[in-house]
Ligand binder design. Sequence first.
Ligand code: MTE
Ligand code: MO
Length: 252
Amino acid sequence: MTLLTRRTLIAGSAAGAGLLLSGCDKVAQVPAFRKILFSGEIMNRGLQRALSNRAALAPEFTTAEMSPRFRVNGTHNPGTPDYTAMVAENFAHWRLKVGGLVARPLNLSLAQVRSLPTRTQITRHDCVEGWSAIGKWHGPQLGTLLKAAGLRDTARYVVFTCADLYNGQPYYESIDLLDAFHPQTILAWALNDRVLDVGHGAPLRLRVERQLGYKHAKYLMQINAVASLDGIGRGKGGYWEDNVDYDWYAGI
Ligand SMILES: Nc1nc2c(c(=O)[nH]1)N[C@H]1C(S)=C(S)[C@@H](COP(=O)(O)O)O[C@H]1N2
Ligand SMILES: [Mo]
């Protein structure tokens, strides 16, 4: 079994005083981006602005501003035999797999995920269906895990596989590396100071705070670094993108 050692983690966080910077570094390594980013002639202010906007933090709130109730939306319970069995044993045999274009695939127990350094953030969740809720999320930054796994140079997206089927199809989502290494992109295992319940995506769900609710994949099982979204689902990067033509980049 792959273990995320304390050493790896310390090395990871020391090396990445700015995880975000590493995300941008990655973009800068892609030849096409390098050309645009570093060519004086075509230095594009709009692009610069777009990149710095992407790096900005989503607003964070105080405990006093938290919604009294955080609605459950989409799948309320995956309800499959496998998931039901995992709930019954309190996720003792659940594993988070991190793989794809990585040097060191991870296979983590919930206890291991919970022992990682965490970030706590009180943010507003905005659903396309027209409701919002402010909640307090707690969990490790996705960047910490990706650094431990060691992304390969060819990785461009991170794909999240979930335990539920929605309308009979696997729910999945994907983000690019700018969002993957954004400091507020976390794998949440607690909501409002309680361990995540089934409704909100137990045992682990994505929070990608610069984007709309449907990007925040619940019931995480697997995280894969990929070079392209082709061949995954219908190739548009997520359940809603594939089926209802929602935007892949759902920035707010
Ligand atoms: N696996 C999975 N993730 C999901 C969904 C879902 O149905 N299945 N619904 C999405 C939508 S549309 C929203 S608004 C949020 C709802 O999260 P909540 O139930 O914690 O409010 O989860 C998102 N992530
Ligand atoms: Mo949503």
